[in-house]
Design a protein around this ligand. Structure first.
Ligand SMILES: Cc1cc2nc3c(=O)[nH]c(=O)nc-3n(C[C@H](O)[C@H](O)[C@H](O)COP(=O)(O)OP(=O)(O)OC[C@H]3O[C@@H](n4cnc5c(N)ncnc54)[C@H](O)[C@@H]3O)c2cc1C
Length: 490
């Protein structure tokens, strides 16, 4: 053996990272299942199951190809590297650049040699160049540049269909009397069952843990969900937990799928005429726009960004986040319950229910970040930090988003079927039956008037606040709501 090729658990692709030029004759493949990763924090067991089982399957597939593979259990990643070196001699260790600043620095300090991280469509340096040239880091500007740079849905520099986005077509409430396609089930194998037993859970069928399973999820999405992805991408319903979302984030994030494979499959379906442009554009925007932007911003903004708390939010994590029985707000209960059951809910529950609640109640952004990071199957540092600190919690003073993503119950009522059977009334802002979101929305605006006074995009909201005749009554109710939420009783 001449080299050790270290494969982090989110680089599980044969054709990317260090493996693309690997040779079975000279390269030892090393994966490390560190105790820190498994027991270091109260991780959701389904998240651990997915990451560990995917890595063990991947190691098996490389062995089947003829590679020598060491899959080591060690206290830390560095201990694993040391063990491999002790066994195989002082060989040079190579890896693709890790996805978090922390692991990047650790491996660098340990003498690991990096090749460029090609698990994204945008090299880090290219993003830095774009961001450095911007006054404000608007995703929309980045996205349009991506469309042109990558030649996706454009004729030269002009967007196909004459528009860059189709928000009007794509922001519909959930449909009535609609049949949602069945969920794709994945059959766990013996590796899955072993991992699940170690974690003391039953192996779930929602998530695949192999390249083949990830490809079948992609094919299933393209066939059954992609054409109607756009119209209902912001909707929420008790009838179906995934709607037409792809459920691909775990696989794109751990490497089982490369984003270019997802884009190629989407564009091929679009070119065949089976997929309306608004659905195609809506989906493409997520993958070449948001996902790349979030990763670019993570590296551009640096390590201190995760500690931002510009709204000075100090509340402890609400009990309802760790126990869905601690609330009677149906939208929150359903969302937390989804996290408990499968470590995933789609974008709108993440943003407009969970983060919205944390932001309106003034939960400390780092506490909320830790909870999200520990509980979502697709959570990694690079993707959670900007999404929570920037998008969800507006803790960066508006560096990423020009205004906070906040809403009262009316948005949730419009975009879901949660509110009708709920004990709380989305239209009421005071009184025992008032929707906590509605009460807290106005309370938030009142508390932060000074902070956002100069924000022109919030003029309308503050105009509404000025017209409230019952603000003092509302403030009393808001205090009661916050106290009840702290006790887990609302
Ligand atoms: C507070 C908050 C936290 C989030 N945390 C994560 C996270 O830890 N991991 C994660 O992958 N996504 C995260 N997202 C983004 C988004 O919610 C998920 O990517 C999406 O819900 C995953 O489900 P899906 O694969 O069905 O997505 P689809 O709706 O089918 O979208 C397709 C793909 O687009 C990408 N994408 C869309 N939006 C984003 C985004 N904002 N950031 C990064 N990728 C995006 C994902 O790769 C996703 O698979 C977060 C969003 C918010 C508001």
């Amino acid at each position: 053996m001449k080299r050790i090729l270290y494969i982090p658990f989110d680089h599980l692709h044969r054709d990317y990272g260090v493996l693309k030029e690997a040779s079975a004759a000279t390269d030892l493949i090393l994966l490390v299942e560190s105790a820190r990763m498994v027991t270091g924090r109260p991780w959701h067991p389904i998240r651990l199951y997915f990451l560990i089982s995917s890595a063990r399957h991947f190691a098996e597939s490389l062995r089947a190809e003829g590679f020598t593979v060491e899959y080591l259990k060690a206290p830390t990643t560095i201990d694993g590297l040391e063990t491999a070196r002790a066994k195989y001699g002082e060989l040079p260790i190579f890896s693709a650049e890790p996805s978090s600043t922390r692991q990047y620095n650790q491996l660098l300090d340990h003498g690991v040699q990096f090749i460029a991280n090609d698990f994204f469509l945008t090299p880090r340096a290219l993003f830095r160049e774009w961001a450095s040239s911007q006054k404000s880091y608007l995703m929309e500007n980045f996205y349009r540049g991506q469309r042109i740079r990558l030649g996706i849905l454009v004729d030269g520099r002009e967007p196909r269909g004459g528009a860059w986005n189709f928000d009007k077509e794509n922001r519909l409430p959930p449909p009535k009397n609609y049949t949602w396609p069945a969920y794709l089930e994945h059959s766990p194998d013996s590796i899955d069952h072993d991992v699940a037993a170690e974690l003391d859970i039953a192996a779930p069928s929602t998530w695949a843990t192999t390249r083949e399973g990830a490809l079948s999820q992609l094919a299933y999405f393209i066939e059954h969900h992609f054409p109607a992805f756009g119209p209902y991408e912001d909707a929420m319903t008790t009838e179906n937990w995934a709607l037409h979302h792809s459920l691909l984030s775990p696989y794109i994030n751990n490497g089982l799928l490369h984003p270019s494979e997802v884009i190629d499959a989407a564009l091929a379906a679009f070119e065949s005429g089976r997929v309306p442009l608004p659905s195609c554009e809506g989906f493409i925007r997520q993958v070449i726009g948001w996902r790349e932007y979030v990763n670019g911003m993570y590296w551009f903004l640096g390590e201190d960004y995760r500690t931002e708390n510009q709204l000075g939010a100090t509340r402890k994590l609400l009990p309802l986040f760790t126990d869905s029985t601690k609330t009677e707000m149906l939208c929150v209960k359903e969302s937390v319950n989804g996290v408990e059951e499968r470590a995933w809910v789609h974008h709108i529950p993440r943003l407009m229910v969970l983060s919205n609640l944390a932001l309106l109640t003034g939960v400390n952004p780092q506490e909320f970040l830790d909870w999200m990071r520990e509980n979502f199957i697709d959570a990694s540092e690079w993707v959670m930090v900007p999404n929570v600190i920037g998008m969800g919690m507006h803790a960066d003073g508006g560096l990423m988003m020009t205004k906070p993503y906040i809403s009262g119950g009316s948005y949730i009522s419009k975009m879901s079927n949660y509110c009708k059977p709920c004990k709380y009334d989305s239209k009421l802002r005071t009184g025992e039956n008032a929707c906590p979101f509605t009460t807290l929305y106005w309370d938030f605006l009142d508390r932060h008037q000074e902070t956002f006074a100069a924000n022109h995009r919030m003029k309308q909201q503050f105009f509404g606040l000025k017209r409230l005749s019952d603000l003092s009554e509302l403030k009393v109710r808001a205090t009661q709501v916050l106290q009840a939420l702290d006790r887990g009783e609302i």
